[in-house]
Each structure stands twice: as C-alpha cells, then as structure tokens.
Design a protein around this ligand. Structure first.
Ligand code: NAD
Ligand code: USQ
Length: 387
C-alpha cells in the first residue's frame, strides 16, 4: 500500500515509517521538524543522539534498499497538504503530526492556543485534502486514552449505548480530558466523526495510551536509525522518564500519591497497531475507534517496578512523592476496553523486568547527555499565565 506517515520524524512516527517500509509498503513521511525546535526551546535533547532526517532516510536506503519519500512542511499550510496529497495519493494516511505534550500545552496562553491551532487546523486540512484528492484514503488518526479522562464507569472504545428516559441511542463516549492538549484530541475526534457522517470518510481514531520503550528492530539495526528518547519534565512520559531518573541517580518523581492509573503500550506494539489498522481499513462513513493500549498501570506501580529493577542492577534509586503539578484524580476507578486491536491480531509485548533493565542499561550508557535540571516538573496546571 501507499502509506503517508505524518509526524514521521517523531517518537512514534519514525519507527512506524521504518516498520511499514520493511513490510513492503511504499512509505512517505511528512514533517516540519518542529519537535526538534521544541527541544531547543526547552533546553533539552533526547537521551540518545538522533541523526538528521536526511541522514536517517539515506541510511535506511543503504541498509534496507528501500526508499522513503520526504515531504517537508507544516500540516497547517493548506497548499502544502493539498500538493503532497496530490503527489503521493496515499491509500492510508497515518496522522501522528501534532503537538503531543500535555505540560507544553499548559505552559501559558500562547502554548495552549498554539497546541489547539496546530492540532485542530492541521487535522482539518488533512480531512479536506483527503476528501478532495483521495476520498477512498483511510485516515488513521492518533488520538489518546486521555480523551476519556477517568470516569467512574467502564470506558468503551469510542462509542457507548445510552438509555435515557426510556429511549436508547449509540452515542460518542463522553469525554473529560485533563489538559488543553488532550482537549485538542477531543476536538479532532468530533471533527472526524462529523467528516464520516457528512462525507462518508474512512477514519480509524486510535486512542493510544502512554507509550514506553524506545527502539524497534528497525531503529535498533543501526545507530543512525536510533529513535528519540524523551525524559524531560515536559515531553518525557512516565516510565521512560522514571528510568532516566534512576539511571542518573535522580529522584523518581511520582506526582501526588501516584494512584493515577493509565493505559500503557510498548512502542513495538504501536507500530504493529498501525499496520493492523492499515490492513483492515474502516468502512466508508464509519468513525471507528480503537483503544490502543495493552495494559493498565498506576504511576506508583511503575515507579516501584523501576526501583526494584534498578536496585537489582546495583543502582540506588530514590522515589519521591511531589505535590502534583497537574489537576487530576489520584484515586479513581479505571477499567477501559481494549479488545478490538487484539481481535484483529495484535499480540502484545507486556511490560517485563527485562524491558525495564534494557532501558536502564541504555540510559546508563548515555548518562552524560542527561540534563538533570529538566527532570523536575516545570509546568503547573493551576497557574493560568497569560504570558
Ligand atoms: P512527537 O512529538 O515525537 O512527534 C510528532 C511529530 O509531528 C514531530 O516530528 C513533529 O515535528 C511533527 N509535527 C507536529 N506538528 C506538525 C505540523 N503541524 N506539521 C508537520 N509536522 C508536525 O510525538 P509522538 O510521541 O511521536 O506522538 C505522535 C502522535 O501520537 C501524537 O499525535 C500524539 O498525540 C499521539 N500519542 C502519543 C503518545 C506517546 O506516549 N508518545 C501516546 C498517545 C498518543
Ligand atoms: N506523572 C508522574 N510523574 C512524572 C510524569 C508523569 O507522576 O514524572 C504522572 C502524570 O501526573 C499522569 C501520568 O503520570 O498522571 C501520565 O503522565 P505522562 O506525562 O506520562 O503522560 P500524559 O501527560 O498523559 O501524555 C502522554 C503523551 C501524550 C499521550 C498520553 C496518553 O505525552 O501524547 O496522549 O500520554 S494518555 O495518558 O493515555 O492520555
């Protein structure tokens, strides 16, 4: 298939582009490399050095013999999106290209506005370009489990049957997200469902949980192909961050009591989920939603797992409960459905002590690149700064 991976220079997009290419698909990447700028803005860098996109693509061609086309531009630039769509004519469009950090979106007014504009406008441009140029194209859109929040009832996959005053209907599952970033995904989902309803678009919205681990077979096959590993307080996510903290002898930062429970997924399963979605396209007019995570963990359980494995490796990890910089429930019910990808053939890599150990070893190896001043949470949900 011809598959366009938007956000293909990023943490999930790069391994996905390589995996799909290795499986024989004709792959192109779209990216404006903005993520590399945000590292400079925040005074951090990935734990392992990552090569330029040009070098990455040239090396992939050398090691695999396969070419990945490179469209350099911003999805918010309507002409860029239209021309790319017209040139590549994708059969599947995998959309990772958004600002994805909750703390970044909560820095101040400007970052909240930027996040929602970047995400919502980029997605609308993609929807219109598909509709005009390649209406049969299947849009595989990355959403997030955080769209649902932490309701006191079971979370379904996108839709729920509701009975109200004696009448029943199938409705979009109610959403109560926890940041302006997570809200941008809710807005995207509402726009996509509308696109399916009015134009008959084919859409799969993948509500992905927190992604951990870093490398896949393809990214690990050559140092120039290495994936980015974020550990800082803005873009770093729970498990990968805790591992970098333990490796560098810094405190493992559990926010509040750590009772916050979330869905998690190994990056090796992320790439496979995208392949499964692409190979089993949504029907026209079907706003299809899959919850893309493989297991639930509380933040405290993850921190304790890292402490255990790090101690066995001879480190002296320390865990701290910081006052929570976010506004979120720390003790709550959480039970989310995640059977649809498994029914289509996903065989999950569950989180093991071996995975934690291999991540710890990688972090220890690259310890000299860590900027420990970026570990502490720098953004407070309660501050509402105008500038
Ligand atoms: P990332 O920031 O590493 O990658 C995103 C890429 O998109 C970057 O290379 C960036 O330069 C590019 N990009 C952003 N806005 C763009 C625009 N307007 N035009 C062109 N390119 C643009 O993020 P990631 O971790 O790979 O996440 C990818 C997607 O998956 C996001 O939509 C995110 O919301 C979703 N997701 C990620 C996680 C996670 O734990 N990383 C979990 C659930 C969902
Ligand atoms: N947390 C800590 N300590 C830390 C970092 C985080 O306790 O040092 C807690 C947070 O308070 C939160 C949980 O861990 O309760 C998850 O936080 P996170 O930073 O790992 O993940 P989150 O902000 O939810 O965002 C990440 C990705 C985002 C994606 C989301 C999936 O950055 O793109 O959408 O995971 S989900 O969580 O399912 O919404």
């Amino acid at each position: 298939m011809r598959i366009l991976v938007a956000g293909g220079d990023g943490f999930c997009g790069w391994p996905t582009a390589l995996y799909l290419s290795s499986r024989g698909h004709e792959v192109a990447i779209a990216d404006n490399l903005m993520r590399r700028e945000w590292d400079r803005e925040l005074g951090t860098e990935p734990l392992k050095e990552i090569s330029s996109l040009e070098d990455r693509l040239a090396r992939w061609k050398e090691v695999s013999g396969r070419e990945i086309k490179d469209y350099r531009g911003d999805l918010c630039d309507a002409d860029f999106v239209f021309e790319m769509m017209d040139d590549f004519k994708p059969e599947a469009f995998v959309h990772f290209a958004e600002q994805r950090s909750a703390p970044y979106s909560m820095i101040d007014r400007a970052h909240a506005v930027f996040t929602q504009q970047n995400n919502v406008v980029g997605n609308l441009n993609v929807m219109y370009a598909i509709q005009e140029v390649v209406p049969e194209c299947h849009l595989i859109k990355l959403g997030t489990m955080g769209e649902y929040g932490t309701p006191n009832i079971d979370i379904e996959e996108g839709w729920i049957e509701i009975e109200h005053k004696g009448r029943k209907d199938r409705m979009l599952y109610p959403k109560m997200p926890g940041s302006f970033y997570h809200l941008s995904k809710v807005h995207d989902s509402a726009n996509l469902e509308f696109g399916c309803r009015i134009w008959g678009m084919r859409v799969t919205d993948l509500n992905q949980g927190v992604v951990y681990n870093v490398e896949t077979d393809e990214t690990a096959s050559d140092p120039v192909l290495a994936n980015r590993y974020d550990y800082d307080g803005v873009f770093g996510t729970a498990l990968n961050r805790f591992i970098a903290q333990a490796a560098n002898g810094n405190q493992i930062t559990v926010y509040g009591t750590g009772g916050q429970t979330r869905g998690f997924i190994d990056i090796r399963d992320t790439v496979r989920c995208i392949e499964i979605a692409a190979e089993n396209p949504a029907e026209r007019g079907d706003f299809r939603v899959f919850n893309q995570f493989t297991e639930q963990w509380s933040v405290l359980e993850l921190a304790q797992l890292v402490v255990k494995v790090a101690t066995e490796m001879g480190l002296e990890p320390k865990m701290v409960n910081l006052p929570n910089p976010r506004v979120e429930k720390e003790s709550h019910y959480y039970k989310a459905a995640n059977t649809r990808l498994i029914d289509l053939g996903l065989k999950p890599h569950l989180l093991t002590e071996e995975t934690v150990e291999s991540l710890l070893s990688a972090a220890i190896e690259n310890r000299d690149r860590i900027h420990p001043e970026t570990f502490d949470p720098q953004v407070n949900w309660r501050s509402a700064r105008y500038r």
